[in-house]
Design a protein around this ligand. Structure first.
Ligand SMILES: [Zn+2]
Length: 347
């Protein structure tokens, strides 16, 4: 990385965004005028598998590193935004049952936001990673008009994450579980083929969005079914997890099996967005995740298929936008920073 080209000098005060992942933390700095001081990924090991104490220390290192990299004095930092994978409460208490990235017993019910706030002696604002990415997508798209708009974001990864933004702010819900879009059950008519088994999700639901529109959904549900329809496909001889990951490459080459799978994913997201249209009637529908990194013709086809399967009324069609979530790898840290900035200067 050429630091001279990618780092700007802060204008006045700043906030820091820290995105905590299973292997890495990603950090950024956002100044009071809304400019990011870092244009690329700045990562350090997250050490979440070593338990909360190591992980909080790793976050503190990420904080110190990003200030050094941007030559930002500590005294200019007003707040820190933190995001992690869920499930966690609205204020950053990891689920009492643990979570995929937080499986040690010492993580169960751990207040990661409070621990980082104590460690840094600095206000820390928490969001789960899906909500942080949704917030970033919203603010990136609407800019100065963010507070005047609402949006829904679906982010396709290992699971189906995302969030709901209303008047520029994340909808958190009473228990912090608003915006769990992956576990919204959708009508399957028009999505599944005749005779196709109803997809099941790890959460215990059948036929929710994540059971179809996620890498896990491809591996557990869609690909096993579609390989019975294309028994001579080259992926039939691969282990299912390997085949699931390879599928996007086939989609980019317009392979019929891959297009069938991704077409079902896009239809499922369209059904989700149709529910959103009748529930909060957002200004924008954002789509993110691995598909954003796919070849342009493929991701445009995917977005178009989502749009074609979202039933909007004419009045809604006239005002609604469909767009891809930008800067996928940085969206979490940047969204966490946007939330921290809003905590200092409310919209
Ligand atoms: Zn589910």
């Amino acid at each position: 990385m050429d630091q001279a080209e990618t780092v700007r000098t802060p204008s006045s005060w700043v906030v820091v965004g820290l995105d905590n992942g299973g292997t890495c933390n990603n950090a950024t700095v956002l100044d009071a005028t809304g400019q990011f001081l870092v244009n690329n990924l700045v990562e350090n090991p997250s050490r979440v598998l070593d338990g909360p104490e190591s992980a909080v220390e790793a976050l503190a290192e990420a904080f110190t590193n990003i200030l050094e990299l941007t030559r930002t004095p500590l005294s200019l930092v007003r707040a820190v935004g933190l995001d992690t994978p869920g499930p966690a409460s609205a204020h950053g208490v990891i689920s009492s049952k643990g979570a995929t990235n937080f499986n040690q017993v010492s993580w169960h019910g751990f207040d990661i936001r409070g621990a980082l706030e104590a460690r840094l002696a600095m206000p820390v604002v928490y969001n789960n990673d899906g909500n942080a990415a949704a917030l970033y997508a919203h603010h990136q798209h609407f800019g100065a008009d963010a507070a005047a708009h609402s949006s829904v974001s679906a982010i396709v990864g290992t699971g189906l994450g995302g969030g709901v933004v209303e008047a520029g702010q994340v909808v958190r819900g009473a228990a912090g579980m608003a915006g769990e879009l992956g576990h919204v059950q959708i009508p399957l008519h028009g999505v599944l083929e005749d005779g196709q088994p109803v997809p099941r999700c790890n959460c215990g639901f059948s036929g929710d969005v994540e059971s179809i529109a996620s890498l896990t959904g491809i591996k557990n549900n869609l690909l096993p079914y579609w390989l019975t329809r294309f028994p001579d496909h080259p992926l039939a001889s691969e282990p299912i997890a390997t085949a699931a990951k390879a599928l996007r490459g086939y989609g980019e080459k317009e392979d019929p099996l891959a297009l069938a799978v991704f077409g079902q994913q896009a239809k499922a997201i369209g059904k989700l967005f149709t529910i959103a249209a009748n529930f909060t009637d957002p200004s924008a529908y954002f789509l993110g995740g691995g598909v954003v990194e796919a070849a342009p013709h493929f991701r445009q086809w995917f977005l178009n298929t989502v749009r074609e399967n979202t039933d909007l009324r004419d009045e809604q069609k006239a005002v609604a936008t469909f767009a891809l979530v930008p800067d996928r790898d940085m969206a979490g840290a940047r969204g966490a920073a946007v939330a921290a900035l809003a905590s200092v200067t409310p919209l």
